[in-house]
Write a protein that binds this ligand. Structure first.
Ligand code: G3H
Ligand code: 13P
Ligand code: ZN
Length: 328
């Protein structure tokens, strides 16, 4: 059992407070391996952005939970060594049980998500509240979810969106005492977010629901999952070098900027990072058929991911240059 404070992480409290005051969104970037973590530290360090490093249940199984704890701590130490003074959160993404959330808290995570969106309303409240009680005793933050995103959420597979019902949010937040709330307003996970033929046909997010939720909760941190834009330039590179990603569309960055202006405090991005990585690895190996040193192709992927993160922080989430306003 270790406290996240010993590892150098912070919880989300202070960064969300500042995000709400200064109208930016904290990035939630997912990791599975060393190079993704390095890219996040460099990209967020260079842009002076706070960051939430997200680890899904699948990532935890892939990378080993003990390894992840030290990998995360290594990220904190790397930031210090490079002179980056940014707050870093280690967060469980889509925890599906009290036991998993508890285990991550005991392993040094500073924030956990309990995703009870697949449960009925009362059961979601019951388990979220239990997670919150355990977490708050240890000064750990809890993200909860109301509404269901279309697509696959690890354990939740849904054909349709079940948009968040604004009438439930006050009751849910009051009764669970969760620190932030993920809502469903039309985003979804993965690279195929819309069944459309062209980008122009992508529908608008439900800003009316977001607005209603914000009115009811006031200055309270709202989270958007499934917020990759499925950047065309990388989809094209994947396809140019042997991939087959067809009709892959995401949330246009203009809409994410608008969501940030509407007061969304955290935006989750995983798929875009995966696409950058795959595009660069495919391109490098195809152009250098005799090369077999992983540092070459993973190094190129890492370099490109740093650029993507810097641009997202500056142009979409507006989290660049905000770290100095957050007390660590
Ligand atoms: O929300 C899901 C994240 O993109 C994590 O995906 O379960 O494949 O690690 P994963
Ligand atoms: P994307 O699949 O759109 O990147 O969403 C990631 C996410 O929500 C992680 O929790
Ligand atoms: Zn998610």
């Amino acid at each position: 059992m270790v406290s996240y404070k010993e590892l150098g992480f912070v919880n989300t409290k202070e960064m969300f407070k500042v995000a709400l005051e200064r109208k930016f969104a904290v990035p939630g970037y997912n990791i599975n391996n060393l190079e993704q973590l390095q890219a996040i530290i460099s990209g967020c360090g260079e842009t002076k952005s706070p960051v939430i490093i997200q680890i899904s249940k699948g990532a935890r199984e892939y990378a080993n939970q003990t390894m992840l704890k030290y990998l995360g701590q290594g990220g904190v130490e790397m930031a210090k060594e490079l002179g980056y003074s940014i707050p870093i959160v280690l967060h469980l993404d889509h925890g599906d049980s009290f036991e998993l959330c508890k285990s991550c808290i005991d392993f040094g995570f500073s924030s956990v998500m309990f995703d009870g969106s697949h449960l009925d309303y009362e059961e979601n409240i019951k388990v979220t509240k239990k997670v919150v009680e355990y977490a708050h005793e240890r000064d750990v933050s809890v993200e909860a979810e109301l509404g269901v995103l279309a697509g696959i959420e690890e354990h939740v597979i849904s054909e349709e969106h079940h948009y968040t019902d604004p009438e439930q949010v006050e009751d849910f937040v009051t009764r669970t005492n969760c620190d932030s709330l993920a809502i469903a307003i039309g985003t979804s996970h993965g690279a195929y977010k819309f069944k459309v033929e062209k980008e122009e046909d992508i529908p608008e997010l439900r800003f009316d629901i977001l607005n209603d939720v914000k009115k009811r909760l006031g200055k309270y941190p709202i989270v958007l999952h499934g917020s990759s834009s499925v950047l065309k330039e990388y989809v094209d590179i994947v396809n140019q070098y042997g991939g087959a990603l067809e009709k892959a569309f995401g949330i246009p960055e203009t809409q994410l900027r608008k969501a940030t202006e509407f007061g969304v405090s955290k935006i989750n991005i995983d798929t875009d990072g995966r696409l950058v990585f795959t595009a660069m690895v495919r391109k490098y190996l195809s152009e250098h058929p005799k090369e077999f040193d992983p540092r070459k192709y993973l190094g190129l992927a890492r370099k490109e991911l740093i650029e993507m993160i810097k641009r997202k922080n500056r142009e979409v989430l507006k989290s660049a240059d905000q770290a100095d306003y957050i007390k660590i």
